[in-house]
Design a protein around this ligand. Structure first.
Ligand SMILES: [Zn+2]
Length: 384
């Protein structure tokens, strides 16, 4: 299969915009981005990659990373991308028609993205039965290898074809309207790329649905080579999980649930132990006193224990050294003020604090941090 298709074009003008180059070309063999919800063509012009194709008032502009000279140029269209677009786009026609046939649900819009494509269906909710039935019908049509034809008909003849969607009024004023017919399964007006036979699509899968704009259901789907890649990556993920958890694919769910249960149990036990540890520490006393009777606890042990210390102390400032910064708590000074002061003294510090506790990343060492703590205690601590 050919990878590129070469065309000779004229570069009529070149301008600089947002750090990129914008070249006006004619005649343009490229499909512009966003037209009819479809992705635009890509490729190269004189060896420079085309990053976007914009159609403005009948003119076509290419967005390029490098400058190109005006005059004659050779443009190569990326045909693999066109085949991908054709697979997604034809899949959309069949999927939209399938939703009409199985549940009388219309598609109100279609959007093709670089990763996946979506259709918005005119219902707020879809049952999994409807989804499966539409998908099953779509894939049956694909497997049946139905021819996809392009017909050019005049607006006067449109009525005879029984299109799935009404043709918009602007199109009705043109001389000929392009129709895309998938055997006797579906027919609608469309100007984008399509496969010649549904067999080329391979298969379609719905990967996600969500409610949008309160009344619509957005269906994310993949077709053809994209679906093949998606399946491969899912399979690799499952295989990695099977290796990590040393079990079969069927056992994965049970294994993960058991692990989640274990984590929950251990967390409960850890909390109890940390609480008990904090209680014993507080009961033992012997903390450094600053500014009278305020206990300054510089805790170097597990931060879990530190979280329970405030429960058993009165008139305290707790400072815990954590990776790249500090956690702190107090019932006598404002932790918010402490945080602000550290940020002023050590620009680039990040983090936040409420009145009673906080956490921040900063470059201050423990002595510098404690110095600021003492300052805040002296200026504030007297009020308590
Ligand atoms: Zn189409």
């Amino acid at each position: 299969m050919e990878k590129y298709e070469a065309h000779e074009v004229q570069v009529l003008e070149i301008s600089r915009e947002n750090g990129k180059w914008k070249a006006r070309v004619s005649p343009s063999p490229l499909y512009p981005d966003g037209k009819g919800g479809q992705l635009g063509d890509r490729g190269e012009i004189n060896g420079i990659s085309i990053q976007k194709v914009i159609e403005e008032k009948g003119d076509v502009y290419l967005v390029l990373p490098d400058k190109i000279e005006t005059g004659r140029a050779v443009l190569h269209i990326d045909l693999e991308r066109r085949r991908d677009i054709a697979q997604q786009h034809t899949a959309q026609h069949i999927l939209s028609a399938a939703f009409v046939k199985v549940a009388d649900v219309d598609t109100v819009s279609f959007r093709m993205g670089e990763r996946n494509s979506t259709i918005d269906l005119d219902v707020p909710y879809l049952t999994s039965e409807t989804l499966h039935a539409a998908l099953e019908l779509t894939n049956r049509v694909i497997r049946s290898c139905v021819d996809v034809d392009i017909l050019m008909v005049s607006p006067a003849e449109i009525e005879d074809y029984g299109l799935r969607r009404k043709v918009d009024s602007a199109l009705m004023r043109t001389e000929k309207i392009r129709l895309v017919r998938v055997g006797d399964f579906d027919i609608q007006a469309c100007g984008g790329f399509h496969v010649k036979n549904t067999g080329e699509i391979g298969m379609v899968s719905i990967v996600k649905t969500e409610k949008v704009k309160k009344t619509l259901t957005r269906v994310y789907f993949l077709a053809g080579v994209r679906l093949e890649r998606y399946h491969r990556s899912l399979q690799e993920t499952v295989e990695r999980l099977m290796r990590i958890l040393t079990c079969s694919a069927e056992e994965l769910e049970g294994r993960i649930e058991a692990l989640q249960k274990d984590v929950k149990n251990f967390r409960t036990r850890l909390n109890k132990l940390a609480d008990e540890h904090a209680r014993l520490l507080a009961a033992g006393g012997g903390f450094k006193k600053i500014h009278g009777d305020i206990s300054l606890v510089v805790w170097e042990g597990d931060e879990y224990v530190a979280r329970f210390l405030p429960k058993y102390l009165k008139k305290f400032v707790i400072v815990v050294k954590v990776d790249g910064g500090f956690m702190f708590a107090s019932d006598v000074v404002s932790c918010r003020k402490l945080c602000e002061l550290v940020k002023n003294r050590f620009p680039g510090s990040r983090g936040g604090a409420g009145e009673t506790h906080g956490q921040m990343q900063c470059t201050a060492n423990i002595d510098e941090f404690l110095e600021i703590v003492e300052e805040v205690v002296v200026s504030e601590g007297t009020a308590t």
